[in-house]
Design a binder for this molecule. Sequence first.
Ligand code: ZN
Length: 171
Amino acid sequence: MEQRGEPSGVNLAPPDHDLAHQVWKALEEVYDPELPTLSLVELGMVHEVAVADAEVHVKLMPTFVGCPALEIMRHQVERRLREVTDVGIVQVEFVFDTPWTSSHIQASGREKLKKFGIAPPPASFSPTTAPACPYCSAEGAEVVSVFGPSACRSVFYCKNCQQPFEGIKFV
Ligand SMILES: [Zn+2]
């Protein structure tokens, strides 16, 4: 098990700051409202955590601009971080200048998606190629609908194991 959880390449200043570490741990417990058990950290949405005294500033990359879940996530993050000891002011903002891409999803996040029966996003976009089936790994599923249950997902049908599954759209 990865214990620290700070993704590499993410600004964390200063690196050994206790409070910053606690904030990261807390963020690992904030889950996508539509994909419970999949944390915002695993989704690669946490762009930056800045801690100054008791003030915490979190920058999130929105997974899908306009996804209605974004405001819910913001409130979940604020609520969770206010529970962290020593945290006073919490500011959560979405950054739009550094676009989130589906490649930000961490390996553990991709595995959890499969357990939900949701195919992780493909490495590159092709509107006609479905991702590998999360159940049997077969390629060549049929696209049933590009408008899945959420704006972020599409629905596919695996001809091999004959099961429908959802896939995260490539962005
Ligand atoms: Zn299958």
